[in-house]
Design a protein around this ligand. Sequence first.
Ligand SMILES: C[S@@+](CC[C@H](N)C(=O)[O-])C[C@H]1O[C@@H](n2cnc3c(N)ncnc32)[C@H](O)[C@@H]1O
Length: 179
Amino acid sequence: MKEKEVEFELHTQHDVRKKSELFDSSRTPAIIMHNPKYPHNVGAAVRAASCFGSNLIIFTGDRVSLEPSNGKSYRLPREERMRGYKDVTLLNDQYPFNRFDKSIVPVAIELRENAESLPYFEHPKHAIYVFGPEDGSIPQIMLKHCHRFVVIPSKHCVNLAAAIYLVLYDRIMKELTQK
Ligand SMILES: C[S@@+](CC[C@H](N)C(=O)[O-])C[C@H]1O[C@@H](n2cnc3c(N)ncnc32)[C@H](O)[C@@H]1O
């Protein structure tokens, strides 16, 4: 059954730029979300990014839309609409890797055999962290772009927002303590 399409209301504080914009390593760490299921998944990612030093999120898929259509409009949860998060650029693009030059290092965050365990992972300076959706995982076509593979050593799969928080927090914590 096809998922019902849900939408964001367009908000000025989200810097929705032209499709053609390219980014260099100065926009890292960045986040790629594969086909997120709900607006609140994207909203939580925006909040995590703003809290922990990432200012670029690109998500794929059509289950969450930035463009209002059919008169329907699904707003980001109130907390995610706070002005404080306007530092995060949020884009919807089916080919997010094409937006970056070769200096970036895509890192798949996924439960995978032989993945590096997050506590021992040395974060690349110009990392782009790739996450799967709440109801799936990162598909092979996206994994092929990734240079590194990291697993969070949790007893069970954590939810998407928790995974993003853990990875960004781990990065900042290591930056502060491993100088
Ligand atoms: C909630 S999980 C996916 C759920 C799961 N595939 C399922 O429905 O059974 C959403 C995303 O969070 C990330 N994630 C969650 N737990 C993780 C873990 N322990 N290690 C690495 N990534 C994790 C991955 O990117 C994953 O694709």
